[in-house]
Ligand binder design. Structure first.
Ligand SMILES: NC(=O)c1ccc[n+]([C@@H]2O[C@H](COP(=O)([O-])OP(=O)(O)OC[C@H]3O[C@@H](n4cnc5c(N)ncnc54)[C@H](O)[C@@H]3O)[C@@H](O)[C@H]2O)c1
Ligand SMILES: [Zn+2]
Length: 354
């Protein structure tokens, strides 16, 4: 088992191991006295791991209350948030009690948001069961729900008490979900985790996630330590996300988050290379990793549609938007542009040929 400290204003440890789920109760008991716990999970995860985690809590003296919701991005809504908050109240949870998010990024974002506003702030823990949640959403304290106008438009910063990541849970993930999480690992490789793209290109989805998750979490933890509230450096973690959110939105959220991010990174890397911002050969290197993981590198939508959809992104500041562009594999930079420049940049990144 590995442990990484996340030195946010409210510091905590991220524990990463295999076969950790049935120890979650005991490990939580080492942090706080037993209390009622709202165990929040979608129905798929509840079927697979709900009982195991609930009984682990019960064995350690906690009193688990299971809250299940339909899987999918559609559940990251105000309607479900308010339903969950009412559940917490109905179960009589107090401020000193605990919320546990067991599942992927949807569960973590939703349960984290609920915890952050329930009785003006209740403690929660993250138990990620997707690769995406393990390397990204479970660490750093960003919570959110979607609005009809776009993804993650309402949310809070609320750090968990701990993160318990059991890499054995990835064995039950559908291939596409695993690939979606791997896209965030590729992102860390582009940003600065050395050797990651090489490993992912070599091993594809058969990679040893127990070796890959810790350096990704450590990288994110360091960024969160420096810029918890995303005023500067943390924006780097949005590499590929502005266009990625555009692709997700245009697809009616049938394209997964990581798949959108993969497309976003590919388009911007190719454009950056053609603009002379990025070292020649970077796009090919990235594309090989995406191919090995079965991730897309081209947009199913036109440049015009993508530019339109991406400009609704919350990273937009008036008539400007800041793109994150790779300089090479392992280094990226912020690149502010006016919104009228976005379409030609996307076109450049979508043109075939070298
Ligand atoms: N807060 C942040 O910092 C942050 C960062 C990145 C992404 N996100 C958010 O995370 C969400 C995407 O996360 P996700 O990809 O984990 O989505 P998800 O939570 O919807 O999980 C994907 C699917 O996998 C299923 N699943 C989960 N664990 C499983 C397992 N072990 N075995 C089998 N099936 C399992 C779920 O039921 C779901 O159908 C997006 O909403 C995105 O905006 C947030
Ligand atoms: Zn992401």
């Amino acid at each position: 088992m590995k442990s990484i400290k996340v030195a946010a204003t409210h510091p905590y440890q991220a524990w990463i191991g295999t076969g950790l789920l049935d120890r979650v109760g005991e490990m939580t008991a080492a942090l706080r006295s037993p209390c009622p716990v709202a165990l929040v999970m979608d129905e798929t995860v509840a079927e697979l791991y709900g009982e195991l985690v609930a009984s682990s809590f019960a064995k350690a003296g906690f009193r688990p209350h299971m809250y299940r919701f339909p899987p999918g991005e559609g559940s990251k809504s105000f309607e479900l948030l308010s339903h969950l908050l009412e559940f917490l109240a109905q179960k009589g949870l107090g401020r000193g009690d605990l919320v546990a998010a067991l599942g992927g990024g949807v569960t973590g974002d939703l349960a984290g948001f609920a915890a952050s506003v329930y009785q003006r702030g209740t403690a929660y823990i993250q138990i990620p069961t997707t690769l995406l949640a393990a390397v990204d959403s479970s660490v750093g304290g960003k919570t959110a729900v979607n609005l009809p106008s776009g993804k993650n438009l309402a949310g809070t910063f609320w750090q968990p008490e701990a993160v318990f990541c059991d890499c054995a849970t990835f064995a039950t993930l559908p291939r596409q979900e695993l690939a979606s999480g791997a896209a965030e690992c590729v992102k860390y490789g582009m940003l600065g985790v050395s050797g990651l793209l090489e490993t992912l290109t070599r091993d594809g989805l058969a990679a040893s996630w127990m070796d890959i998750v810790p350096p990704c979490v450590a990288y994110k933890a360091e960024i969160v330590r420096v810029d918890e509230r995303e005023n500067g450096l943390r924006r780097m973690l949005n590499l590929g996300h502005t266009l990625g959110h555009g692709v997700e939105k245009l697809s009616g959220f049938t394209v997964r988050h990581g798949e959108g991010v993969a497309v976003g990174m590919a388009i911007l890397t190719r454009a950056a290379e053609r603009m002379g911002f990025c070292e020649a050969g970077t796009f090919r290197f990235l594309q090989r990793a995406l191919d090995a993981l079965g991730l897309p590198s081209t947009s199913p939508f036109s440049a015009e549609a993508l530019a339109d959809a991406s400009l609704g992104d919350k990273k937009r500041q008036g008539d400007h938007i800041t793109l994150i562009l790779p300089r090479n594999v392992g280094s990226c930079g912020l690149y502010p542009i006016s919104i009228t420049e976005l379409l030609p940049i996307i076109r450049l990144g979508m043109e075939e040929g070298s």
